[in-house]
Design a protein around this ligand. Structure first.
Ligand code: PRP
Ligand code: URA
Length: 216
């Protein structure tokens, strides 16, 4: 489902029944750390399917056991998966299982609990980002401070073709992200109601990193 996004790149809500079912299980505060992590991994796979739907294909001639035929294979730029630590790593294995040759950029950011500003503590990416399609991964788009900073950092390293993939987005976060990066389309499994006074998505699912790793 496409959401109206003014002049900015589109926002796609992935409303596939499997995604919605698994997301509801993840929102449940009684879900175990193990269950939460498994579900995030599974939804990562399903989101990867949607976010790569328009990748260009090229013809290739192959030989089946019966005869030659012209098949199709993915053409164009190679992919980079760029999880924002920590919670973005939860998408990584699921996505890599579908795109095993993708490169990985790690972006270490945490949200200062008082200012809600993103603080960078680690960054490592392939050097040829200009020639690649970069999928930026983070389950939560709340104020969007983290997503905006991650995309800025990737652009400063040369990335030009980026897509942002999350699980939950707040309307405030979408607006801020589109204002900062109108060229970057967004895929999300849901757009929730609003942010609370602490910058948490409501109704949301809580702190994704803590629920994934069993920390607090
Ligand atoms: C969470 C989440 C996002 C960010 C979203 O990370 O995983 O990265 O907050 O909030 P924002 O849109 O307001 O920036 P957090 O800083 O809690 O770090 P963690 O993943 O290590 O727990
Ligand atoms: N980060 C999270 O993990 N959850 C929220 O609701 C907001 C930011």
């Amino acid at each position: 489902m496409q959401v109206e996004s003014g002049g900015a790149a589109r926002v796609t809500v992935v409303d596939h029944p499997l995604v919605q079912h698994k997301l509801t299980m993840m929102r449940d505060g009684e879900r175990s750390t193990k269950g939460f992590r498994e579900l995030l991994n599974e939804i990562g796979m399903l989101l990867a399917y949607e976010v790569t739907r328009d990748l260009p294909l090229e013809p290739v001639t192959i030989q089946t056991p019966l005869q030659p035929m012209e098949g199709r294979r993915i053409a164009g730029k190679k992919l980079v998966l760029a999880p924002i630590l920590r919670a973005g790593v939860g998408f990584l294995d699921g996505m890599l299982s579908l795109m095993p040759s993708a490169r990985v950029a790690h972006i270490g950011l945490y949200r200062d609990p008082d200012t809600l500003q993103a603080v960078e503590y680690y960054f490592k990416s392939p050097s040829d980002l200009a020639d690649r399609t970069v999928l930026v991964l983070d389950p939560m788009l709340a104020t969007a401070n983290s997503a905006v900073a991650a995309v800025e950092r990737l652009k400063s390293r040369g990335a030009k073709d980026l897509r942002f993939v999350c699980l939950l987005a707040a309307p405030e976060g979408i607006a801020r992200f589109q204002e900062a990066h109108p060229d970057v389309p967004v895929w999300t499994a849901a757009i929730d109601s609003h942010l609370n006074d602490h910058g948490y998505i409501v109704p949301g699912l809580g702190d994704a990193g803590d629920r994934m790793y069993g920390t607090r």
